[in-house]
Design a protein around this ligand. Structure first.
Ligand code: 3PG
Ligand code: MG
Length: 441
């Protein structure tokens, strides 16, 4: 795909170039060499099996991918997660395995939701592989069993959305057992959902001989190399709309980073918590106390929290609505914040220029619709410029974040771009990810 190999080499040059002082006397991300929580390369290699360790010829291999790709109006808007899954599938099929792909898509919460079918993703996978990919309308039961039997050695089949069954997210052992019954081996290449202890990422690894796929290996390797000894000051930008699921992470990140920039829907909740009238903006009001708690933790940790100072608002989230730039005390009650304003974007550019490392997860605004991509584009392009000139290490991650960087035209100019969003943040916290832990011998 996007020449991650060479990109990655270049990133390592950046890392070598900076020998700046480590300002905080905290070991990187709370880990120490030899910690059992470490995700160091050495740790990874000594504890993991990879597909090199499996004799897959003539065997069925269940491959857990994260094909939770960004989609709009039934069309895939960014294929990064598909593209980066190719290496593992190609290697396994070339080695004579029958590959059975499993994944989740969206959050259907245990119901069959037709809009969240993986069928269009199976078509995209077939296109990327330039080969047929069969599709089964269920991931367990007779449909799945027939599909698993039917796939030829060297062939690929894909099963329907795991999350159509509530047992998946419940990490249910019987459900995992039914999945395990479809194959001889289990390969996990879904680093971006390794922070979820679900049946297809955790329980199943206890039931089949298991190994990490190439993307899982590459992600852990690249993140460790770029960030185990971070160049400070470090800024983290967290935006996007998955507010409640990222709150806990923010509470930990304030201990790890020097500057925490909050944007997107996340910022609205913080502004609301501070008593600012945010009109009809996306907000999780019940998270207000959690937001205030994070702000006081940040003060205690000496971490500067940066919130927007102006906003672009509109009455509707749609193309062609008349957007307005307002200061935070002038948000109309019938309007919603859809991007941070130009003063905020300028403020963030200056702050990022003063840092040596930027970790980015989540867009600053609703970038899918113009002109609400403006601030994200401005900051992404400045980050790319600083990275190219050698003064910043930039690591971004997440399905929407990657799509936003593609939209800004700068994805190739970041030091490293991960497929993982939530998992990336939890990895930064220094947590052992359940999907990674389950692969260890
Ligand atoms: C993601 O997009 O971050 C992963 O696919 C995990 O999705 P989830 O947050 O719905 O578990
Ligand atoms: Mg996502």
């Amino acid at each position: 795909m996007f020449a991650y190999g060479c990109h990655h080499n270049r990133s390592m040059q950046h890392v070598r170039k900076f020998g700046g002082p480590v300002l905080k006397q905290v070991l990187p991300w709370g880990r120490r060499p030899g910690d059992k929580n470490g995700t160091f390369q050495g740790d990874l290699m000594s504890n993991f099996k990879t597909i090199d360790d499996l004799d897959v010829a003539g065997k069925r291999v269940l491959v857990r991918l994260d094909l939770n790709v960004p989609m709009r109006d039934g069309r895939i808007t960014d294929t990064t997660r598909i593209d980066r899954s190719m290496d593992t599938i190609r290697e396994l099929t070339a080695a004579g395995a029958a590959v059975i792909v499993i994944s989740h898509f969206g959050r259907p919460k245990g119901q069959v939701v037709p809009e969240m079918s993986l069928r269009p993703v199976a078509r995209a996978l077939a296109q990327a592989l330039s080969r047929d990919v069969a599709f089964a309308t269920d991931c367990i039961g007779p449909e799945a069993e027939a599909a698993a039997r039917a796939v030829a050695m060297g062939g690929v089949t894909m099963l329907e959305n795991l999350r159509f069954h509530a047992e998946e997210e419940a990490n249910d052992m019987d459900f995992a057992d039914q999945l395990a019954g479809l194959a001889n081996f289990y390969v996990n290449d879904a680093f971006s959902c390794a922070h979820r202890a679900h049946a297809s990422t955790e329980a199943i690894a206890r039931l089949l001989p298991s190994a990490a796929g190439r993307l899982m290996q590459a992600e852990l390797d690249a993140l460790s190399k770029a960030l185990d000894i971070p160049q400070r000051p470090v800024a983290a930008l967290v935006g996007g709309a998955k507010i409640s699921s990222k709150m806990t992470v923010l509470g930990h990140l304030v201990n790890q980073v020097d500057v925490l920039i909050i944007g997107g829907g996340m910022a609205n909740t913080f502004l609301h918590a501070q008593g600012i009238d945010i009109g009809k903006s996306l907000c999780e009001a019940e998270m207000a106390d959690a937001a205030l708690d994070i702000l006081s933790k940040a003060v205690a940790a000496g971490c500067k929290v940066v919130l927007p100072i102006d906003a672009v608002v509109a009455k509707e989230f749609a193309e062609g609505t008349a957007p307005q730039t307002v200061l935070l005390d002038a948000i109309p009650s019938d309007a919603m914040m859809l991007d941070v304003g130009p003063a905020s974007a300028a403020d963030l550019m200056a702050r990022v220029a003063n840092c040596k490392t930027l970790l980015w997860n989540g867009p600053l605004g609703a970038f899918e619709v113009k002109p609400f991509d403006a601030a994200t584009n401005t900051l992404a392009r400045e980050t790319a410029r600083l990275t190219t000139e050698g003064s910043l290490i930039s690591v971004a991650g997440g399905g929407d974040t990657v799509a936003a960087l593609v939209n800004a035209g700068v994805k190739e100019d970041f030091t490293y771009v991960s497929t993982a969003g939530g998992a990336f943040l939890e990895w930064l916290e220094g947590k052992e990810l359940p999907g990674v832990a389950a692969l260890k011998a």
